[in-house]
Design a protein around this ligand. Structure first.
Ligand SMILES: [Cu+2]
Length: 163
């Protein structure tokens, strides 16, 4: 009977999925064991020691800026970015490759209300603070930017040299 065969298949598939869920290291509801490694490093471990780098976001005379806007980091170093928005409007801190950030900036221009929930990005309200812990596992020159439309063009970007 066709119906019986279909039921048998559904049952078999059901058992396979249950087996996959029970596989070691992939317990349902648990976080991912291996944070995504990117070209510019990976999400840090907040429980491990980190170098503290304070970054202020603000506006000044029609410009928008990060202070400081150049950082030197040792390869392998974990950094706790302490972000503080001293400005009058929302700002973002997004660390990535320059290429990724420029691409992302174009997407934000098309979709200004885009919300981020990424380990490499934080949005900070005026007079508020936020943190990102990031480990720079690869040498290179990377970018940090505010990708709210118009902000990067107003000067809101910086450079991270990892060596
Ligand atoms: Cu901004």
């Amino acid at each position: 009977m066709i119906l019986q065969r279909v039921l048998a298949t559904v049952l078999a598939v059901g058992l396979l999925s249950a087996g996959a869920l029970a596989a070691p290291g992939h317990k349902p509801g648990e976080g991912h064991d291996h944070p995504a490694e990117t070209a510019y490093g990976k999400p840090g471990d907040p429980k491990k020691p980190a170098r503290i780098v304070q970054i202020v976001m603000r506006e000044s005379d029609g410009k928008m800026l990060f202070v400081p806007d150049t950082l030197k980091i040792r390869k392998g170093e974990q950094v706790r970015f302490q972000l503080r928005n001293n400005g009058e409007v929302d700002h973002e801190f997004v660390v990535a490759t320059l290429e990724d950030n420029l691409k992302h900036m174009k997407e934000m221009e098309k979709n200004p209300d885009m919300e981020h929930d990424d380990p490499n990005a934080r949005r900070v309200k005026p007079k508020k603070t936020a943190e990102i812990v990031w480990q720079f596992t690869k040498a290179g020159t990377f970018d940090f930017s505010c990708l709210i439309p118009g902000h990067r063009q107003s000067g809101m970007f910086g450079t991270i040299v990892v060596e």
